[in-house]
Design a protein around this ligand. Structure first.
Ligand SMILES: [Fe+2]
Length: 230
């Protein structure tokens, strides 16, 4: 029969083993937690956008893809250029509305242009960089001409010019966005088209809310986006 002292020694030995085993588990766990913590900031630095793309096409990097997002067509590239150029004339136009317009609804439309294109311009520059597309840093000559016309106008004349120039250009790019969104095979372009679609729709609506859109403007847009067969 083991004596009391012998039992105590065995119990102590078991206790020591348990403590050592527990410390070992805790130690490994701590290392794992520390590693996870160390990796967290790096994961957090990946743009939210990349997560969206990964969710849409996991492991889909094919030949010619950029980041596995799918091939980029000339139409896709032109679309990004058009979005950039839209912002480059609509933001000055939105600014002008605050000082040249007589209608509060026109000033409100101008604020929507400023807000929408500030956001979209940031996005288009990020997306173009991701896809290796070079963007212009100036609006087109025609768009710059529109800004000059608006700068020279005041009051009701400004209101009408502003609303009709902008409603016409938004109507035309709205059709381009649909064409791009329908046919693109690139996830970045799909996401960009969705954002641009929402922004352009909002701008068309605030412009129409002014009550100043001419029938002729709508007829011109209709003819441009759906030309009659020859
Ligand atoms: Fe716009």
């Amino acid at each position: 029969m083991p004596d009391h002292r012998g039992m105590t020694a065995k119990v102590r030995a078991r206790a020591v083993l348990v403590v050592v085993a527990t410390l070992a588990v805790v130690g490994v766990g701590s290392v794992m937690v520390l590693r996870a913590s160390a990796e967290q900031p790096a994961a957090a630095q990946v743009p939210a956008y990349a997560h969206d793309m990964a969710a849409m096409r996991p492991g889909s990097a094919a030949a010619g893809d950029i980041g596995g997002a799918g091939p980029v067509t000339e139409l896709d590239k032109t679309f990004l250029v058009k979005v950039r150029q839209a912002g480059l004339w609509e933001m000055p136009a939105g600014d002008l509305a605050q000082t040249h317009a007589s209608s509060e609804a026109v000033k409100r439309a101008g604020l929507h242009l400023l807000d929408g294109h500030s956001h979209l311009d940031q996005l288009v520059r990020e997306d173009a960089k991701m896809l290796g597309v070079t963007l212009p840093d100036q609006a087109s000559a025609e768009q710059q001409g529109w800004v000059r016309q608006l700068t020279a106008a005041q009051g009701l004349e400004f209101d009408k010019l502003f609303v009709n120039l902008l409603r016409a250009s938004h109507g035309k790019i709205f059709a381009t966005i649909a064409e791009v969104r329908a046919g693109t095979r690139n996830d970045v372009i799909r996401r960009h088209a969705r954002q641009a679609n929402q922004t352009v729709l909002d701008h068309m609506e605030v412009l129409e809310d002014t009550g100043l859109v001419d029938e002729k403007t709508l007829a011109d847009v209709a003819a441009a986006v759906n030309p009659p067969p020859k």
